[in-house]
Design a protein around this ligand. Sequence first.
Ligand code: 5GP
Ligand code: MN
Length: 338
Amino acid sequence: MIKIDIKDIKSQLQDSKKIIVIPHKNPDGDAIGSCVALNELLKLLGHKSLIISPNNFPDFLKWMDVDNEIKIYEDDHKLLSNEILNSDIIFTLDFNALSRIGPMGDFVKESKAFKVMIDHHQNPENYAKHIYSDVNMSSTCEMVYHFICELSLEDKVNSKIASALYTGIMTDTGSFKFPLTTDLTHKVVSELIKKGANGNKINNLVYDNNSYDKLLLLSHTLSNMIVDMQHKTAYMYLTQESLNKYNFKKGDTEGFVNYGLSIKGVKFSAIFIENEAEKIVKISLRSKGDFNVNEFSRNNFNGGGHINAAGGYSKQNLEATLLKFKNLLPNYKTKLNE
Ligand code: 5GP
Ligand code: MN
């Protein structure tokens, strides 16, 4: 669905506005990259623009926020709720439903601001005046670049904007290998490199930033992996106790779920992570081919995402959640063996 009138947006941006840019909770490279890029562009245009993230973001993305400008809603929800209510324009990036930003969502809903959604997840909700939604796009960062071109502002793209957009495209495409990495994606990447994004440097900043504890956590996760070849499925879990043992930090488990899919013949991979503070089990799901994990998550684990990458959560304990998952697999046996 694309419900966007670029002229209307252009006219909104004609004079200086108070703008808020919002990524989803537990933001990843695409969410932070798209927000940093758009926020920077809006500031260059003379607007008073601010990124408010629902919660903190991983250390390996901190380099994008050199001046420590990203505000964390959880840290100062009263002040930041007012900023949302008093803003003229709100951009929501890389998510499809206000539930994806937690309690902040109520204020975005209530705010009279002119709202624009840019996102590539399935089933977008209808809360914004302009919805630029395209589920065939590699990443929200790629979409932000197309959006900038639609506004005829590509000349404004500096190396900070280019590097942030490159990061989101790189992380959301699994380093340019997932199915939605198209020739257009590569054309955008080519432009971003010309405008100052250094792929090698960004790769090092994002992927060669592990602690030794993180590698031990990965080793622990892989050694407890369950491989069910009858259902072409591999799944993993992490208890809060193991997370504590290996000094878990936000972002440490990103990418773990993909290891399941690297096993020959496996089409469906899942990871279940206990979160004692939130009293939930957070779930990440990945698939290959036609097996739709967005649907699987919507139907069974309160979540969603894309056809081949989705997330969700369970309010049951870890043991019960794992049992539920194991018992669901036979219902999908035919689909998994297609
Ligand atoms: P991840 O497994 O990396 O957290 O997320 C995979 C994809 O699913 C991402 O695009 C993410 O935005 C989406 N996603 C993750 N968790 C949830 C969730 O709880 N609800 C919904 N609707 N989408 C999610
Ligand atoms: Mn994304």
